[in-house]
Write a protein that binds this ligand. Structure first.
Ligand SMILES: Cc1cc2nc3c(=O)[nH]c(=O)nc-3n(C[C@H](O)[C@H](O)[C@H](O)COP(=O)(O)OP(=O)(O)OC[C@H]3O[C@@H](n4cnc5c(N)ncnc54)[C@H](O)[C@@H]3O)c2cc1C
Length: 399
């Protein structure tokens, strides 16, 4: 396994100092939208500071190449020390996963037009895959995709509905997935790069949700006759599900990285409280019930770090890492939920107030157990993998 470069280690230290010194104070900044997420004005102000500090988009090199996944992990964990850190440093979802995908699949022309403003932190993007349940569209099962695309001369025309599209409101770049109706690619999906906003994409609703870290919230929208020039297709027709896989493994792993950073911070806050606060004649931490929660957290944090590093190593070896990233997503998101819950409990009443960031971290992690694949769906697909492996072994046994 390749060593983590000195550059990545130095960058991680710079990102940590930046987030702790410059970004944590913004946690009390009132500039939030109706959904509770930071406004674009606030994001751009923090990005200006990140640019000055040399920590903007820290995981992408000047020549456009990405750090290895193991290197990305050491940097993104530090950016997550505040829920605002990834927004400030431009390591946030969905932009980070979208940049990865365009960087890996986009033509030089598409990269110049759509990727450059994202890497420069000047624009936001959105990934349009999930569809409303009440419309019978794709959710856990992407093969249920009902949004369609068909060729019309030199354009493709897209019609359908999407939901939970993070950041669609306010984004300048969209990656839209649709099922092809063309004979030669029927059943396959296509991906398109789209300039936003577009009058053919109508935002129907941005519901209030349990999480509040992502600008623009999570929109439900209707796509009505969206015309996209054929040269704005990302990759080849009918290959959309394959590209979704290219994006999904690193994207779900990067969620693990950022939210681990937030849970490390929550643990620091809870530990500080448990050492300062006294009850029944001694420090809280001296009570076994409290001390054991913090000890359990310390163990889980270490396990998450190992799981992320292991999965990152698999991706760095060139594998799609579908099985491994499912394992990492389940184990890390479930562990982080426990860590966040323990931190709330250790803080007593303060734990459920906005006086510390712990309350937000708890809410964010709850949502993380659902997006990028709910725990049950990953376990179900892992069980299918186990069954396939068993069947293969049976077939290879001599008769
Ligand atoms: C905060 C947030 C942000 C999101 N951002 C985006 C985004 O930017 N772009 C985008 O395209 N999507 C996004 N999503 C959508 C997300 O990917 C879906 O919510 C997720 O894939 C689940 O789909 P669903 O909500 O339709 O749940 P359903 O498919 O209706 O599933 C409901 C529940 O059923 C269970 N389940 C389903 N299948 C199985 C199975 N095979 N075995 C066992 N249990 C099962 C699971 O517990 C699951 O939670 C976001 C979601 C959230 C909550």
């Amino acid at each position: 396994m390749a060593e983590i470069s000195q550059h990545a280690q130095d960058m991680a230290a710079r990102v940590e100092a930046f987030v702790r010194e410059k970004i944590v104070p913004y946690e009390k900044d009132p500039r939030r939208d109706h959904h509770g997420a930071p406004t674009d004005e606030l994001v751009m102000e923090m990005r200006g500071l990140a640019r000055e500090a040399g920590v903007l988009t820290p995981h992408i090199h000047d020549d456009g190449a990405h750090m290895t996944q193991r290197e990305t992990a050491v940097v993104l964990i530090k950016s997550g020390l505040s829920p605002l850190g990834p927004l400030a440093c431009n390591t946030m979802a969905p932009d980070e996963g979208n940049m990865y995908l365009i960087g890996h699949v986009g033509s030089p022309e598409l990269k110049a037009r759509f990727l450059t403003p994202l890497v420069e932190g000047k624009a936001r993007s959105a990934f349009f895959m999930t569809e409303p349940a009440d419309w019978g569209g794709a959710g856990s099962d992407p093969s249920m995709m009902k949004t369609t695309c068909r060729k019309d001369g030199n354009h493709w025309v897209i019609d359908g509905r999407k939901t939970f599209i993070t950041g669609a409101q306010g984004a300048r770049v969209g990656i839209v997935m649709a099922a092809s109706q063309e004979e030669d690619t029927k059943g396959g999906a296509c991906m398109f790069l789209v300039d936003l906003p577009d009058p053919a994409i109508r935002i129907d609703e941005v519901p209030n949700t349990i999480d509040t870290s992502m600008p623009g919230g999570h929109a439900t929208l209707t796509i009505d006759g969206l015309r996209v020039p054929a040269d704005q297709m990302l990759g080849a027709p009918g290959e959309g599900f394959k590209y979704a896989q290219i994006r999904l493994s690193p994207a779900r792993l990067s969620h693990c990285m950022r939210w681990l950073g937030s849970c490390i911070r929550a643990q620091e806050i809870a530990s500080d409280y448990a050492c300062r606060r006294h009850a029944f004649g001694k420090q809280l931490i001296e009570h076994e019930g409290v001390g054991f929660m913090l000890a359990e957290n310390a163990i889980l944090i270490q396990q998450c770090q190992l799981m992320i590093d292991w999965c990152a190593g698999v991706l760095d070896s060139g594998s799609l890492g579908t099985v491994e990233s499912s394992m990492a997503k389940v184990s890390v998101s479930e562990a982080l939920m426990k860590i966040a819950d323990n931190c709330v409990q250790v803080l007593g009443g303060i734990g459920v107030t906005e006086r510390t960031i712990v309350e937000q971290v708890f809410r964010e992690i709850r949502a993380f157990r659902i997006y990028d694949g709910p725990t049950e769906v990953h376990k179900w697909s892992l069980a299918k993998h186990i069954r396939r492996t068993w069947r293969k072994a049976q077939e290879q046994q001599p008769a």
